[in-house]
Design a protein around this ligand. Structure first.
Ligand SMILES: [Zn+2]
Length: 337
């Protein structure tokens, strides 16, 4: 069994702890992702997102550089166990030599502050995937959910900005994967219109199964698949299973403890995505360390349980391999080389 995961927020947790005067190591910790758990889970590669929540009075670019320093520090401290990668040959070499691979990504395109120079800087640091927006509008485009909106009404009007269009085209040119998770519906279709190569939704589920706007509609899944892209199954309960909310809860609600989601819910989304877009468009995007704990999947070491659930749900072994790593690896090969 091999595993590749497109999204976790572990580095953000490490920086937050550091700022509170606590040192947490990637090697072993109480978070959802550490090297021990990755090994137990069968991983060959994990994406580590530099996630920046934009705040008044702080430069997002300065913030992302701080987080980058934490990532580099951890790579150095755990040399021999995990190595940063930029292309598929690096992943294969690490695997052959018994090391894990770490691919650097950015969640929140606003960290570039609208400047292509900053995008190029991040590329030079090894960033190979960027989530264009988080939950705020930024220089590049509009999110599907923001604090002004509810969780059920997609934004079909505000997509990419002129700068955003230039960015996705530049990302294609330099070989950085465009990630449309969090992006508005209009933004998704703009990415489709202004790019030619495969892109991903690194951590988004199916809206037909759970109607939150963070998930993809059937049409989006179909078009992403036609383009050769992949969507990563997200283990956040809110994006897995719908549950009744009263009117007040519909606006401004924060994710609760994830007590009501099961492994079967994840398999259900995988089944639907495969039925709509084909098995080649389904991957993993855990969102570990960015979500409340999933009751049946508390960390990276639990992936064998998820694989067993896929098998129980009727997926063949070859299909499970596609979901666990092959589909994402294919996109990496195409875009990163
Ligand atoms: Zn996210």
């Amino acid at each position: 069994m091999k595993v590749i995961d497109m999204h976790c927020d572990t580095i953000c947790e490490l920086l937050a702890a550091k700022e509170q005067g606590r040192e947490i190591s990637l090697r072993e910790n109480d978070l959802m992702v550490d090297l021990k758990k990755l090994r137990k889970g069968g991983y060959i590669e994990q994406n580590f997102a530099l996630f920046v929540e934009k705040k008044e009075g702080e430069s997002p670019f300065a913030r992302v550089k701080k987080m980058l320093a934490v990532f580099k520090e951890q790579m150095e401290a755990n040399e021999g166990q995990i190595t940063q990668v930029e292309a598929t040959e690096d992943i294969l070499r690490n695997e052959a030599e018994g090391r894990l691979s770490a691919l650097l990504t950015v969640e929140e395109g606003g960290v570039c502050e609208g400047k292509l120079d900053n995008l190029h800087y991040l590329y030079e640091q090894g960033v190979r995937m960027m989530t264009l927006t988080w939950n705020f509008p930024n220089e590049l485009g509009y999110p599907n959910y923001s604090i002004q909106r509810d969780f059920y009404t997609p934004d079909t009007e505000n997509g990419l900005t002129e700068i955003g269009i230039r960015f996705v085209q530049e990302m294609e040119k330099i070989g950085m994967i465009v990630d449309v998770s969090h992006l508005s519906d209009a933004g998704f279709y703009d990415v489709l219109r202004y790019t030619k190569r495969p892109f991903v939704a690194s951590h988004s589920n199916a809206r037909a199964i759970c109607p939150w706007v963070r998930n993809l509609t059937d049409d989006m899944i179909r078009r992403l698949a036609e383009r050769g892209g992949v969507t990563g199954l997200n283990y956040c309960a809110d994006f897995l299973r719908d549950h009744p909310l009263d009117e007040q809860e519909r606006v401004g609600r924060r994710p609760k403890e994830g007590g009501y989601a099961s492994l079967k819910d994840i398999a259900k989304h995988a089944r639907h995505m495969a039925d709509i877009g084909g098995i080649d468009c389904v991957g993993l995007g855990s969102d570990f360390d960015g979500i409340p704990p999933h009751p049946e999947l508390s960390g990276a070491d639990g992936i064998p349980k998820l694989a067993a659930e896929f098998a129980r749900y009727g997926f063949h072994e070859s299909e499970i391999d596609k979901i666990l790593y092959q589909n994402v690896f294919r996109v990496y090969r195409e875009i990163l080389g």
